[in-house]
Design a protein around this ligand. Structure first.
Ligand SMILES: CC(C)(COP(=O)(O)OP(=O)(O)OC[C@H]1O[C@@H](n2cnc3c(N)ncnc32)[C@H](O)[C@@H]1OP(=O)(O)O)[C@@H](O)C(=O)NCCC(=O)NCCS
Length: 192
């Protein structure tokens, strides 16, 4: 289990995030950019690891953040929920995420017939440049490959390969992106 190493600063940041900064709208002109900026400043120290530039949408839930790693330019969509401090959640660089996604890195250990005893955590990794559509659910232990696309409303119980486009419940790989074209496009963007 991962635990937050609380300091006074973190407690103040956590409470102010919960009460205020979480709810500030990011889509207002001028104020939206400011609100996003404040949210980033407030959230960064709470995460296990967070790059300098990250984006946290309005209404995001992440327990206390101790099991969350956000790489450069990673984005958490509005009203997404990152849960389960028994497993690490790593969001790779330039990952785009739609709204209302759920990423959960733990299960209740269930023992029949008595009930539930503790948790079973499994790490989740979303690799660089993946695009996660709206309302996607990512279950414990899943790795989503780099440049993969996960369609809106998809439930992902198993790993998704690099460059795959996966949709449905449970996720099925429908096709693959053209790796060469994606790489060339990325090179162009990095040069410009
Ligand atoms: C995944 C996605 C990018 C695929 O787009 P595409 O490459 O144009 O794919 P197509 O529309 O040709 O669909 C391919 C197949 O997948 C199915 N499909 C596409 N998206 C699906 C989805 N979200 N759920 C279930 N099936 C889906 C199509 O019905 C089609 O099935 P078929 O081959 O049996 O006919 C797109 O459908 C999608 O879900 N985008 C996410 C939108 C979103 O959440 N935006 C928020 C902004 S971050």
């Amino acid at each position: 289990m991962y635990r937050q190493s609380w300091t006074l600063k973190k407690v103040i940041y956590y409470i102010s995030y919960r009460i205020l900064f979480k709810h500030l709208p990011g889509d207002l002109p001028v104020f939206g950019i400011l609100f996003q900026f404040f949210r980033r400043i407030i959230c960064r120290p709470l995460f296990k690891e967070a790059a300098q530039i990250i984006s946290i949408g309005q209404g995001v839930d992440f327990d206390n953040g101790c099991n969350v790693v956000l790489k450069e330019y990673a984005n958490i969509g509005s009203y997404c929920s990152l849960g389960g401090n028994h497993g690490m959640i790593t969001i790779g660089k330039h990952v785009m995420m739609g709204a209302h996604c759920t990423i959960i890195s733990q299960n209740h250990k269930y023992i029949e017939p008595e009930g539930y005893r503790g948790f079973d955590g499994k790490d989740i990794v979303i690799r660089e440049y993946a695009w996660i559509g709206d309302k996607v659910i990512i279950l414990p232990g899943v790795t989503i490959g780099k440049h993969a696309i996960i369609g809106a409303g998809t439930v992902v119980p198993k790993d998704i390969p690099d460059y795959a486009i996966a949709v449905g419940n449970p996720a099925v790989v429908k096709k693959f992106r053209n790796e060469k074209v994606v790489k060339e496009d990325l090179c162009q963007k990095q040069k410009s």
